[in-house]
Design a protein around this ligand. Structure first.
Ligand SMILES: [Fe+2]
Length: 256
């Protein structure tokens, strides 16, 4: 274990409920076929994203050193990310219970799965994998405003884990921003939500007008019951990431 790995493990020592879920990513165990599959997944998405992803995503992709040809080494990603915003991409064993998930967000550690989908599931996996988590989510964490928003979101939700009704409503904020968020930039709708970034089908459907795009409206978001197995009929576009941060604070004031 090198100095950097010790530093990362040392940080996870501050976790309590999430600590049992933190693992080591054994990067050397990825096969040549898995690296090739990652390369295929990335190269399928980049032409559309260079045109339709928000600039913060594309900048973040470069800043954290993601590569098209090799699966990411999470320690290397965190080494580039944490000097910028204090965030790390922390490997976890799989799906986390709510209290552990929010504890990690509040500590600026993004729970990151290390397994990669199979070739048969290239378009969709019900559970997040390293492609969804790192390619879809982590570049946005290099943006200071988004980084502060996401930590604050985690802190708010960590305080609501015994209030399932409030937590579900906060989950809708996450769904319509972090997972399926749109933003207006340069007079166009751009994508930043990880579910759109990492999915050809969903992103193409949205860009081709297959769902209604409305201005972000916190009241509507808090009232919308999400069916995670269905394509979204309505998505919301923000004007800035400050707006997402402010919406989280407004939601906190109403629910907390
Ligand atoms: Fe996600």
């Amino acid at each position: 274990m090198g100095v950097r790995a010790e530093a990362v493990t040392g940080m996870s020592g501050s976790l309590t409920v999430a600590a049992p879920y933190v693992i080591e990513q054994v990067w050397a165990d990825y096969t040549r076929e898995q690296h090739a599959l990652w390369a295929e997944l990335v190269s399928r998405r980049m032409p559309q994203l260079r045109r339709h992803a928000c600039r913060e995503y594309l900048d973040g992709f470069e800043q954290i050193g993601l590569r098209e040809d090799l699966l990411p080494d999470l320690k290397a990603v965190s080494a580039r990310l944490s000097p910028r915003t204090g965030w790390q991409s922390t490997p976890v064993s799989g799906f986390l219970p709510a209290d552990a998930f929010f504890e990690m967000l509040a500590a600026r550690m993004f729970p990151t799965t290390t397994w990669l989908r199979s070739r048969e599931s290239m378009e969709y996996t019900p559970e997040p994998d390293i492609f969804h988590d790192v390619f879809g989510h982590v570049p946005m964490h290099a943006n200071p405003v988004f980084a502060d928003f996401l930590q604050h979101y985690g802190r708010v939700c960590a305080g609501l884990v015994h209030d399932p009704v409030a937590l579900e409503r906060m989950g809708r904020v996450f769904w319509f921003t972090v997972e399926f968020g749109l933003i207006r930039q340069d007079g166009e709708i751009k994508v930043y939500g990880s579910g759109l970034i990492s999915s050809n089908g969903e992103c193409t459907r949205v860009l081709e007008g297959g769902c209604e795009v409305r201005d972000f409206d916190l009241d509507a978001v808090l009232e919308t019951v999400v069916d995670t197995g269905e394509m979204q009929p309505v998505l919301y576009a923000v004007e800035s990431f400050e707006q997402v941060y402010e919406a989280t604070k407004a939601a906190e004031a109403r629910l907390g």
